[in-house]
Design a binder for this molecule. Structure first.
Ligand code: AMP
Length: 396
């Protein structure tokens, strides 16, 4: 696996795919600069070697049209402040303005190209467009995990024009290592905690990880499809009736492979999908009609705690309750606390994919777990066992 440490960038121009797709407010100010900060170490390494950095990114979904509200010019000041160098800006990512700006670039300087997605060719993975991009640097560095599952021109196709001069940036390398630690070389016992709304959106992940984990904790809305399939009464809880057979076959497969599956035994039931609803604790298979399970109950959390605290490798994807509502967030917060404790005791913990990152950030667990993935969709596809095109293109 070639990383940025395998190259010396002295007098070289690094063409770096970063993920600067940051949120902006209505005055076009950056409201969360995490992604810019995450790319900083890679950029600094290039500059300290005596090279220059040409940054390319997308912002929003302009769908191939120039759109001033999604111009990367809005983030130039923030990027300059974070990187500590005055970032230059090219008004297009290809063509004369880009070529001229790149050729004027001196060692120690940083140039940000305009939004790649102002060109429809980017998302189409157009080869000619990728070749244009490739002329803007001597070494291609991919440091954008958030788009590594897309075979776009700047994330995948461009790599073929750098047969011996392409590598992963620090951020992408760290993402790959973290996934490996869980999926391939995790110290046992390995535990996956899967929550979220639906079995259907997690089924491929479950099937893929059954070979890799010792414990599978199932929580959140997914619970009720499993419980109903086993004959429990779930009241008005969320359920995918057509996935009941699938749920039973997952349980069988898990049993055959010696994986311990932990499903909630009790829940916080509510008489409406509302933070102010009436609530009561219920055994998971005895939820009355008119009531729905919206969070894990106390006995369930005790059970989860035991499993998590004895784990050496932990993967967390998906909240175990409707964490967006304060009264149903306790289970998700408790699970975060158990993972925090296990991590302090030496376990490796990875949080990633979809809403789990939002939950972790909301409740302040970011610094308490070993690694929080920066890519929602890319993380989910990795957990499903897919080889991401952006990663494959560097390895090729
Ligand atoms: P996902 O994106 O699949 O990880 O799903 C996350 C969503 O699942 C969150 O918005 C939660 O509110 C929701 N969720 C978790 N538990 C439940 C539940 N018991 N009933 C309904 N939705 C839930």
């Amino acid at each position: 696996m070639k990383t940025i440490d395998d190259f010396n960038f002295k007098d070289k121009k690094a063409l770096i795919r970063v993920d600067f797709n940051v949120p902006l407010n209505d005055k076009f100010a950056v409201t969360d600069a995490t992604r810019i900060e995450a790319a900083k170490p890679t950029i600094i390494k290039v500059l300290e070697d005596g090279g220059s950095a040409v940054l390319m990114s997308h912002l929003g979904r302009p769908k191939g049209q120039v759109n001033d509200s999604m111009s990367l010019k809005h983030i130039v000041n923030k990027a300059s402040e974070i990187i500590g160098v005055k970032v230059k800006f090219a008004e297009d990512c290809v063509g004369l303005s880009a070529v001229e700006a790149v050729s004027a670039l001196q060692p120690g300087e940083v140039l940000l190209l305009e939004n790649l997605r102002f060109h429809a060719e980017e998302e189409k993975g157009d080869e000619a467009f990728a070749e244009e991009l490739s002329k803007l640097g001597d070494i291609y560095v991919n440091d954008a995990f958030g788009t590594a599952h897309r075979a776009h021109a700047s994330t995948t196709i461009v790599a073929q024009f750098f047969p011996d001069h392409k590598c992963f940036g620090y951020l992408l390398a760290k993402e790959i290592e973290s996934i490996k630690k869980v999926m391939e070389s995790g110290e046992k016992p390995v535990t996956a905690i899967l929550g979220g709304a639906k079995v259907s959106s997690k089924i491929t992940i479950i099937e893929n990880i059954l070979d890799k984990v010792d414990h599978l904790i199932i929580g959140g809305g997914m619970t009720y499809t499993f419980v109903k399939a086993q004959g429990g009464k779930i009241g008005d809880s969320i359920c995918e009736d057509d996935k009941q057979d699938l749920a039973l076959s997952i349980l069988e497969k898990a049993k055959a492979r010696g994986v311990h599956v932990h499903i909630p035994v009790d829940v916080v039931a509510a008489d409406a999908f509302d933070n102010n609803a009436e609530t009561k604790f219920c055994p998971v298979g005895e939820i009355p009609d008119g009531w729905q399970g919206l969070d894990a109950g106390p006995q369930t959390l005790e059970n989860f705690k035991k499993v998590i605290l004895q784990s050496k490798t932990i993967l967390w994807n998906g909240p175990v309750g409707v964490f967006e509502m304060e009264n149903f967030a306790k289970g998700t917060i408790a699970v975060g606390n158990y993972i925090d404790e296990a991590t302090s005791n030496g376990a490796f913990s990875l949080v990633g994919g979809g809403d789990s990152v939002a939950a972790v950030k909301q409740f302040g667990f970011e610094d308490k777990v070993s690694y929080v993935s920066t890519g929602g969709g890319a993380m989910l596809e990795s957990l499903e066992g897919k080889t991401l095109p952006g990663i494959a293109a560097i390895l090729k």
